[in-house]
Design a protein around this ligand. Structure first.
Ligand code: IMP
Length: 294
């Protein structure tokens, strides 16, 4: 699949191509990007995505906004990370200068990914990486603040841990996994007849996080969708009914339930997908339940 990445940051294009296997990421190079005036990562990512959509209508569009939040600086540089100082040594020197003599060095990276599908539907993925700011820069891989960012549970900086480590654990890796899970959930639901507006709204809110997802998590908002379909069972074609339900039983966890009820023989199985906001997915199949009466 080919997607346009609305960014002039070559590091991001390279990282995202490794994080989204099978995607061909084409950086959208332009001098006409509008200014990033949003006060959230999402708002800035959406500004870039909207620009991409006008430049490449009907294509897959990908936009990302990210930043470093330092607790002792009240969350700065945050959404202003790219504009705090020129990327690399100057930004690191300014940051270490501001933190001179400061013992509390907690920080986190945030990545917000926005994908616009060719039909205009928005899918999101968010990822964070918590850690602390080191006393001096160490390491050569990664980019930006990586030489001074030490992830929680590690002694080395991200620049020392390297690009292979980033591929598994970075804020961008987590956002990419969440985006893939959100896209997968949309496809899963569509395949099972769960394409009503409520289910889309619930999924979108869940993967965006925040207060709407928390509110939805307190109830079971979605009536299941169903779709007759044909499945293969040991070489035989059988008619089945697929059903889906989304339950945000906890704001932190979505449960997409896919049920395939086979209408011949005595067998049925239920396939539960537990989809977390960081994009990790666990699936459990319960087999051999009696087939429901048609
Ligand atoms: P933007 O998302 O292009 O507006 O810029 C994000 C800025 O945040 C970058 O220029 C870096 O300074 C910083 N940043 C974001 N992600 C990373 C990362 O993975 N490593 C180091 N710095 C990062």
């Amino acid at each position: 699949m080919r997607a346009w990445l609305c960014s002039r940051n070559a590091h991001k294009a390279r990282e995202l191509e490794r994080l989204l296997p099978g995607w061909e990421i084409e950086p959208l190079d332009s001098d006409a990007y509008p200014p990033e005036t949003g006060d959230t990562y999402y708002a800035n990512a959406r500004i870039k995505a909207d620009f991409g959509r006008s430049a490449a209508p009907g294509e897959w569009i990908l936009a990302e906004d990210s930043g470093l939040e330092v607790a002792a600086l009240d969350g700065r540089p945050g959404v202003q990370s790219a504009r705090y100082a020129p990327e690399g040594a100057p930004a690191i020197a300014k940051l270490l200068g501001e933190l001179e003599g400061v013992a509390e060095r907690g920080a986190r990276y945030v990545s917000e990914l926005v994908c616009l599908r060719p039909d205009g539907e928005e899918v999101r993925g968010t990822g964070t990486l918590t850690g602390r700011i080191a006393g001096e820069p160490r390491g050569t891989e990664g980019f930006g603040y990586d030489p001074v960012f030490v992830p929680e549970g590690e002694d080395c900086t991200v620049a020392e841990l390297g690009n292979a480590w980033k591929e598994k654990h970075s804020h961008r890796a987590r956002a990419a996994r969440a985006l893939l899970a959100a896209l997968g959930a949309v496809v899963l639901l569509a395949g099972c007849g769960g394409t009503d507006r409520t289910s889309k709204r619930v999924l979108r809110a869940f993967f965006a996080g925040g207060p709407v997802a928390r509110k939805l998590g307190t109830r079971f908002p979605h009536a299941p969708g169903t779709l007759p379909c044909t499945v293969r069972d040991r070489g035989k074609t059988v008619q089945a009914t697929c059903a889906t339900d989304i339950s945000l039983v906890k704001p932190a966890r979505a449960v997409v339930t896919l049920t395939e009820a086979w209408n011949h023989g005595a067998k049925a199985h239920t396939w539960f997908f537990f989809i977390r906001r960081d994009g990790t997915v666990q699936s459990v199949i319960q087999e051999g339940a009696p087939a429901p009466q048609s």
